[in-house]
Design a protein around this ligand. Sequence first.
Ligand code: NAI
Ligand code: AKB
Length: 349
Amino acid sequence: FGPSGQSCFRSRIDGMMIPYSFKKQIYLHMNPKILIIGACGQIGTELTHQLRALYGTENVIASDIRKLNTDVVNSGPFEVVNALDFNQIENLVESHQITDVYLMAALLSATAEKNPAFAWDLNMNSLFHVLNLAKAGKIKKIFWPSSIAVFGPTTPKENTPQYTVMEPSTVYGISKQAGERWCEYYHNIFGVDVRSIRYPGLISWTTLPGGGTTDYAVDIYHKAIADKKYECFLAAETKMPMMYMDDAIAATINIMKAPVEQIKIRSSYNLAAMSFTPTEIAAEIKKHIPELEVTYAPDFRQKIADSWPASIDDSRAREDWGWKHEFDLEMMTVDMLKNLSKNNTVSID
Ligand SMILES: NC(=O)C1=CN([C@@H]2O[C@H](COP(=O)(O)OP(=O)(O)OC[C@H]3O[C@@H](n4cnc5c(N)ncnc54)[C@H](O)[C@@H]3O)[C@@H](O)[C@H]2O)C=CC1
Ligand SMILES: CC(=O)[C@H](N)C(=O)O
């Protein structure tokens, strides 16, 4: 007990008596030591930069299966790691005393349809490795992204609720749906602090997307600037939920920073910002590049897009941990065109 009778513990740093009531606050103010797996991808690239700015470069270890992205590789600690190799991840976690893991390695919807067995292996087993490290007490917190792909053709299409029919018809969606169930199970049974968001299609200018169905909404900006022509692989009126990367990164960081009692859903939170069709995004770009011509040649990705929601009800994320988006289609288009024109470094096709 301390001098005024409150229960205390002795600080390991200076031997002072500190009331237990302060312990939680001290932990909350300690910097996490972060490992990002799949850091060279579309989300990982921007997440690495933001987390380094927030917690310090040395506290954020970026990793990927190869050194794919010079910005990420050269801007701080970087390790080559295979997300399917439990021992490699465990060694990294121990040697860097990692507290939080952000698992971004996965095959996305279109690529996964071309190699279903490998997609299932990568998307599920990488998650099990990280969940099992947390179960063993070797890490404190996990971020694992889910997707609107958990929904399927039988799900209500407009304003899709948090809890609803979920019968995904793609291998990617099945892996995300199963992943959600395992996250919830590891939380309920083993107390693992795993947090998750169902991202919609993400749009960014720094890195090209990695093989999804929503990728057209990034490609169209590149092609509008380079050629003033774009052939869209989805039909003109295909409406899907989308989000600008700045908002997605803010949501990711905020759900991980939120006090544990605010995280009431341990499968994954619906998250939304905007919904639009190829016709609508083309019209918005034409306000800046009037010569843009868009043609439509739907391919196998049309069926995937048709099975996903058109808009999402994300009220639980807004209520539970204060989610709020900033970018709409108009603001995003201004920002995309400004940055792509200024940094004309990304190769197109
Ligand atoms: N980008 C989007 O629109 C959305 C993404 N998500 C999810 O967010 C996560 C990240 O997505 P993106 O960054 O877009 O994907 P991405 O394909 O751009 O990046 C994935 C990264 O993982 C790496 N990787 C692949 N196999 C690996 C392995 N065995 N070991 C280590 N690294 C490996 C790749 O080299 C790549 O750098 C995925 O789980 C994805 O399903 C969910 C919904 C929307
Ligand atoms: C919505 C996603 O999960 C991703 N962008 C994809 O299209 O596969």
